[in-house]
Ligand binder design. Structure first.
Ligand code: HEC
Length: 351
């Protein structure tokens, strides 16, 4: 009996300790959008006025990463000013643990030197960097950021639409959340201070945040369909989209004749942004058939069930949030930017 009491005592004390330890983590509500799965940041070498810049050079610090361009009339300056204010809300010691990196998606106009001058208008230690179009595309697609260079006007001036969230990378080089445009600087300061003071384990980050609104992770893909789909994919699609679905690295560039190279179909592409029905339709009817490089129609060649299997196999390569997005359980983050971005046009109008 006595033993049982002691055992019970130990259990109660352990629970109390666990609750106590967990408390500060659960108590903090992030104002940023916390990723369900932290993402290891890509290794891309960019250039600044002070030489090469890589995200991993700043391991040990928190990084605030922003994609923009220096001729940006409103959103970029507001965001940078807001970040500066957020850092101003920290002690100098705390602020020294945060590195701000502004990456220009407009390298034709933004030289590393011009970028250096630009960011220093806001704060001396901000870094402005850019790279080749390919390097920039690698970066933006890895972070789920988008941009679009608009048509130049008569004077050759053009604007650039771009996602306007600020990406937060933790000390270990993981993208863990982003601040939507318009997050008050005081809220940003709170989140930054919290991260500086608390070395949160990755798993706890996920517990802590307000996350994508309702995230339903209950989608299970039938393993046999995934397997069947893989076989079909390897025989019908891999020669163009790659054995690993990575597509052609230059898939985002439109060729002179208007063709597009095969895009990735895994989580790095935009296939997950289509409804299931649209995907089936693209595979059945093909796309841009009049172009030299195009997506061929598989309509008589593959039966409906085979196409469904292939789509299931594609879905098995996506992140849970992408899957949830496709099924309408979550809305795409970041939220509304003031300049709408072009979204892929479905092959056929939705039924
Ligand atoms: C001969 C090469 C080729 C083959 C084979 C091929 N595709 Fe494609 N696919 C393309 C090209 C090129 C595009 C881009 C078309 C465009 O938008 O101009 C494309 C586009 C797509 C898209 C649209 C993706 C997006 O993000 O816009 C999907 C989905 C797709 N293919 C799925 C498949 C599947 C599934 C198969 C196998 C059944 C397949 N493709 C076989 C060349 C191919």
């Amino acid at each position: 009996m006595k033993r049982l009491t002691i055992l019970l005592g130990i259990i109660l004390v352990s629970i109390a300790v666990m609750v106590f330890i967990y408390q500060p983590i659960a108590a903090h509500k992030f104002s940023g959008e916390v990723l369900q799965q932290p993402m290891k940041v890509p290794s891309v070498m960019l250039r600044s006025d002070a030489g090469p810049v890589r995200l991993e050079d700043h391991r040990g610090k928190l990084i605030l990463l922003y994609f923009g361009y220096t001729s940006c009339p409103d959103i970029c300056p507001t965001s940078l000013a807001n970040i500066k204010m957020a850092l101003g809300g920290l002690t100098p010691e705390e602020a020294a643990q945060v590195q701000v990196i502004f990456v220009s998606v407009d390298p034709a106009r933004d030289t590393p030197e011009a970028l250096g001058k630009y960011v220093k208008l806001f704060q001396d230690n901000f870094i402005g960097a850019t790279g080749t179009r390919e390097e920039i595309d690698l970066m933006t697609s890895a972070f789920g950021a988008k941009y679009k260079l608009n048509e130049p006007d008569a004077n050759g001036n053009y604007s650039v639409d771009h996602t306007s969230f600020t990406i937060l990378i933790d000390r270990n080089g993981y993208y863990i959340f982003n601040f939507p445009h318009g997050t008050p600087s005081t809220e940003m300061s709170k989140d930054l201070r919290y991260l500086i003071q608390n070395e949160m384990p990755i798993s706890a980050q996920i517990l802590a945040g307000p996350t994508y609104t309702p995230v339903v992770c209950a989608l299970t893909l039938v393993p046999a369909h995934v397997q069947g789909g893989e076989w079909l994919y390897q025989h019908h699609c891999a020669q163009c989209h790659g054995a690993d679905m990575a597509g052609n690295p230059a898939w985002q560039t439109e060729l002179q004749d208007g063709s597009h190279l095969p895009p990735p179909l895994d989580q790095t592409g935009s296939a997950w942004q289509y409804s299931e029905q649209d995907l089936v339709n693209i595979i059945k009817s093909g796309r841009n058939l009049d172009k030299p490089i195009h997506m061929p129609a598989f309509s008589p060649k593959l039966a409906n069930w085979e196409i469904n299997f292939i789509v299931t196999y594609m879905q098995s390569k996506w992140e849970i949030n992408q899957l949830n997005y496709q099924h309408g359980f979550i809305t795409l983050t970041p939220q509304a930017t003031s300049t709408p971005l072009s979204t892929p046009t479905p092959a056929t109008p939705p039924p």
